[in-house]
Design a protein around this ligand. Sequence first.
Ligand SMILES: Cc1cc2nc3c(=O)[nH]c(=O)nc-3n(C[C@H](O)[C@H](O)[C@H](O)COP(=O)(O)OP(=O)(O)OC[C@H]3O[C@@H](n4cnc5c(N)ncnc54)[C@H](O)[C@@H]3O)c2cc1C
Length: 416
Amino acid sequence: MTLASLTGFIVLAIAAQTAVWAGIVLLRHRREYASLRKRATEKSVASPGAGSAEKASGWDGFRPFRVERKVYEDDAHTICSFYLVPADGAPLPPFQPGQYLTLQLEVFEPEDGKPRPVTRCYSLSDRPRPEHYRVTVKRVPAPAGRTDVPPGRVSSHLHDSLQEGDQLLAKAPAGPFYLNDRGPSPIALVGGGIGITPMLSMVETLLHEGSEREIWLFYGVRDRTEQVMTHRLEELAESHPNLHLQVSYSRPGEQDVAGPYRRHGRVDIDLLRLTLPRQVETFYVCGPPALMESLVPDLEAWGIPPDKIHYEAFGPASVKRRQRAAVAAPGEPATVTFANSGKHLVWDPNAGSLLEFAEANGIEVNSGCRSGACGGCQTAVKEGDLDYLQPPEADVEPGTCLLCISTPKGDLTLSA
Ligand SMILES: Cc1cc2nc3c(=O)[nH]c(=O)nc-3n(C[C@H](O)[C@H](O)[C@H](O)COP(=O)(O)OP(=O)(O)OC[C@H]3O[C@@H](n4cnc5c(N)ncnc54)[C@H](O)[C@@H]3O)c2cc1C
């Protein structure tokens, strides 16, 4: 073998070795890349993106739950907590504090005594726990002076008929009103009446997580008989110096003396301005229409940026105001046929959503959140098209619509 051929042989051997080594590295690289891609895809399927952040990871449709415990929370026995455990015994997914459950119950019709499924939303009032969810429900009486109308259907049913051991159906926790800022800056939580329920969940969650941020909790009630979780909240305030509890009695009885954590008066902007340090920028508000309609604009007028004021209304009145203010009902007058009710009616933009229009014309339709989140008012569209006032949060089945956030786009026939 000549020197030249030996050199050529060595060069070839080195080149072959390098090629094999490069091949192995490339193969490993490709495998790692493939596995990273797989993990990334799995992750993006499992964790909801920004657009679906309102939906806690949960389950589709309704899931059966059993009432494990019923606990009255106020002296007047008008507010009751329901501890709900899943009938299948599987652990419960977490939720964002402030979110609600959509419940469906079979409630007997006063007219014919037949059971009919009715949907309502109730905020989760405890921190997330794998073993149960808790909702806290106020009994809703008939409006003052109206002996001709029945009291609230679902709240009465929950209080009077639903017993420990009974079952009901619930959708997974959902809703856009939740504690979405977990930073260290101080926050103010304002709960009026039963509007305290999402705040309870926020307080319990933050303190359980060991958060040291300053939490200012304002709780407005008529008097002490309507106050819920009194001992629990005072116990939390005593053991956590960062929780500042302020209960306001708007119509105090003789026994409702002012003292630590308690004062006489309403929760209003003057109270917040007097009490809160300047650093408080983020507000969560939930309460009756009168509170929401005054406090939310007052906070804005005080200089709080609108995106720092989070609020939720339990009743239809203030939800209506918010929707109307945000978007003028679009569209031209149109004839809406409610097929099952046999009614042909002319809708115009002043009539509001199709849900409001149906209710104003005595057409019985199911409803829940009235903001497109619970799917309670889903109704089949037989003919025609419609516009949404805002994108639905609930999944809408093809061929149906959510009446609470839609208006007709030309003549329309609905099944209701
Ligand atoms: C996101 C969200 C979260 C909520 N969280 C909670 C919560 O944590 N706790 C809670 O207690 N509630 C909560 N609510 C409110 C709850 O969903 C129900 O609206 C409430 O329980 C009343 O329902 P009901 O079926 O008892 O009353 P409904 O049957 O809806 O009746 C409501 C009122 O209308 C009156 N009425 C009935 N028929 C007529 C008529 N023909 N004419 C005039 N008036 C009539 C009734 O007497 C009653 O006063 C929440 C609501 C939402 C949207």
